[in-house]
Design a protein around this ligand. Structure first.
Ligand SMILES: [Zn+2]
Ligand SMILES: [Zn+2]
Length: 281
């Protein structure tokens, strides 16, 4: 697992599992000319999990993985994608506690959690199956605009709803609606709507020297140069594209390292002088 330092902070990747997404999840992306991106099972393998920021007497988790259970590959997705032999699971998960333990971090040591948005693969370990708070001492921040579409307006047994309603009942949630929210000094959440209305990215470090944890704003490496590539679950495709384009302009100008939620290694990357991705560590 990769890590990077910025100022007095260390940011480490924490793995929860691997997702297996067919090309149809990336409308506009050309996988045919880049067959190396696809595995033998016909899917693009993405990372699932989050990041942990250590420093300033805080342990801040950014996103909380999919939770303890694997997510089976839906038949309708296999049919729509034309996969005769799809992988068993669309998302393998369950590794987050072990990944934190490898870093010497116990669940009770986590002081803050920022959920970049409320899709289930980012919140699962907050309250697995809606039964208990996995991080008993953590104050949890999320974008308020996600609540109605992704929690209140979904079936009562929806996994994301079970997780978030349990957390709300236990008084640990801090809904964010401002454009910028300081979580602890040096860790700021910035509203970046589009993928979901309540999406936030997280900046770690100072105004001029920082690393950005960008959630699902960028999903495919070619989105750096091709604005016509989208992601199937982008809630508002036009707004997502505008937010992505704005973020890419900023990181191209600043050279700041970023880490997306899902794009495979290198985990920490930056836009180099030639305009392509380069590893940041
Ligand atoms: Zn998402
Ligand atoms: Zn995601």
């Amino acid at each position: 697992m990769e890590s990077i330092t910025v100022g007095s902070f260390t940011i480490s990747e924490v793995e929860d599992g691997v997702g297996h997404l067919p090309p149809m999840f990336y409308p506009g992306a050309d996988f045919e000319s880049q067959p190396h991106l696809l595995h033998e099972d016909g899917t693009y393998h993405i990372r699932g999990g989050g990041y942990v920021i250590q420093g300033q007497d805080a342990v801040v988790l950014i996103d909380a993985g999919a939770g303890p259970d694997d997510v089976p590959f839906p038949n309708e997705v296999a049919n729509a994608a034309g996969l005769a032999a799809p992988p068993k699971n669309i998302m393998n998960s369950g590794l987050l506690p072990a990944s934190l333990a490898e870093l010497g971090i116990k669940p009770e040591s986590v002081t803050h959690i920022v959920l970049t948005h409320l899709h289930i693969d980012h919140i699962g370990w907050v309250a697995p199956k809606g039964e208990r708070l996995f991080f008993p001492n953590a104050e949890i921040y999320y974008g308020d605009a996600d609540w109605t579409p992704l929690i209140a307006n979904v079936p009562s047994d929806d996994p994301a709803r079970l997780v978030m309603e349990f957390a709300r009942e236990h008084g640990v949630l801090h809904p964010m609606s401002e454009s910028l929210v300081e979580i602890v000094p040096g860790v700021r959440a910035i509203h970046t709507p589009g993928h979901t209305p309540g999406s936030y990215i997280v900046a770690v470090g100072s105004e001029t020297d920082h690393v950005l944890l960008t959630g699902d704003v960028i999903e495919h490496p070619d989105q750096l140069s091709q604005q016509g590539i989208h992601f199937l679950t982008d809630g508002d495709r036009e707004q997502a594209a505008a937010t992505r384009s704005d973020l890419i302009s900023k990181i191209s100008a600043s050279g700041s390292p970023i880490a997306t939620a899902h794009i495979p290694a290198p985990v920490f990357r930056r836009v180099g002088k030639n305009g392509d991705w380069e590893p940041a560590v």
